[in-house]
Design a protein around this ligand. Structure first.
Ligand SMILES: [Zn+2]
Length: 71
């Protein structure tokens, strides 16, 4: 995956991230919508998920990389 593609997928994930208030995508109105999941899976497969600025690199595997989680 090129840097441009990774940047595109990261942008897609941020665009379709769950809203911290409503808990769903602000574009699609769904939690972890198809756009978000598609970009997420591509970044995981390419091993580029750690490039995400808000991703907590703590282990890997089946982590819940939910950008909208708030204490
Ligand atoms: Zn969406």
């Amino acid at each position: 995956m090129s840097d441009e593609m990774a940047a595109h997928f990261r942008d897609t994930m941020l665009t379709h991230a769950n809203d911290p208030v409503t808990g769903v995508c602000v574009r699609c109105g769904r939690s972890r919508c198809d756009e978000w999941r598609w970009a997420y899976e591509r970044l995981v497969l390419a091993g580029r998920l750690d490039d995400l600025p808000r991703h907590r690199a703590a282990g890997g595997g089946k982590s819940t990389a939910d950008p909208g989680v708030a204490g």
